[in-house]
Design a protein around this ligand. Sequence first.
Ligand SMILES: [Cu+2]
Length: 375
Amino acid sequence: MRLSMRLGETVRTIGKGLGGIAIAGVLMLAPVVGMAAAPPAPIVQAPASPLPPPNISAAPAAGAAVATTPPAAADGATAAAPAAGSYAPMAPTPGKGMPVDGRLSFQDQYSPIGDYAMWMHDAILLPLIVVISLFVLALLMWVVVRYRRSANPVPSKTTHNVAIEIAWTLIPVLILVAVAVPSISLLAKQYKPAPKAALTVKATGYQWYWGYTYPDNGGFEVVSNMLKESSEVKAGERARTDADGPNLMAVDNRMVVPVGEPIRLQTTGSDVIHAFAVPAFWFKLDAVPGRINEKVLFIKEPGVYFGQCSELCGARHGFMPIVVEALPRPQFEAWVLAQGGTVGPAAVAAATPKKPAAGPADDPAAAPVTAAPAA
Ligand SMILES: [Cu+2]
């Protein structure tokens, strides 16, 4: 009886002694406990399958082999307005703008915002999480070993320690303030409005496909449906091939946009809430019925990039992928013409705010690339 009473007392006193240290650990961990749940290992990016050279898969047509020349380098003086029909879909580059087997980190980024966000993740958050997790683990192990009952039979009855209390309050606050600076800056960059001259593209989420409208190019809409596998299509229906993209991610008609210039991407929903998300651009924006959301999309390299609807929107939510094809301006305009759109004065005026409405013969490629959003 007496023994059990003594035991109970000892447990309580040890508990009190440990309490302070344990709380210190918890407080240190608390601000990042959500992030700390991630495995601390992947500091180094998984050796994702090496990226093969672009356009390795057979392009459907010669025209699809788009050069990686940025549009700014194009010599606009000689080129005439692109002829309709000269567009051919670009073949995706394996591993670029799409998920990769075994990868632990985010997809490679192809927008300035994405570079910044990726830097914040790799250079700030992940090291911080690793250090804090290891620190808390070391504290716990130290307490478990050093203050176990056999090594510390008479525990300290300390209840308050002003110095430690100030430290475990102040240090987490300082860490959070330090993280808040790049974090708020990233948020602000993402919501910086597009420059006036930016091309507008409107993505509309439907149950269960996407529509892409080009108000600056005559207002046509491209309806984009997922391509089925050859085993699933009816006779005469188009099936997915590798030139379209990976299974469940390829679509019949892509959202084609110019590369290297800011795009005012607007989203809306026609029925329920969808979300337009492309991981390689660090882009995710809800598409809400009855309202227009807007964000700047800036793509650094020509390519085919894959995304998915990211708001649970019904039975076929998982089957409304997004495919963005970024092309140099001349090829983009060839595509616009092939869709029955216009690249006339309105489009040129949109691309060159300082120039008064230019004639359709004016070469749109000569238009200076508008300044990228600071990132
Ligand atoms: Cu959806």
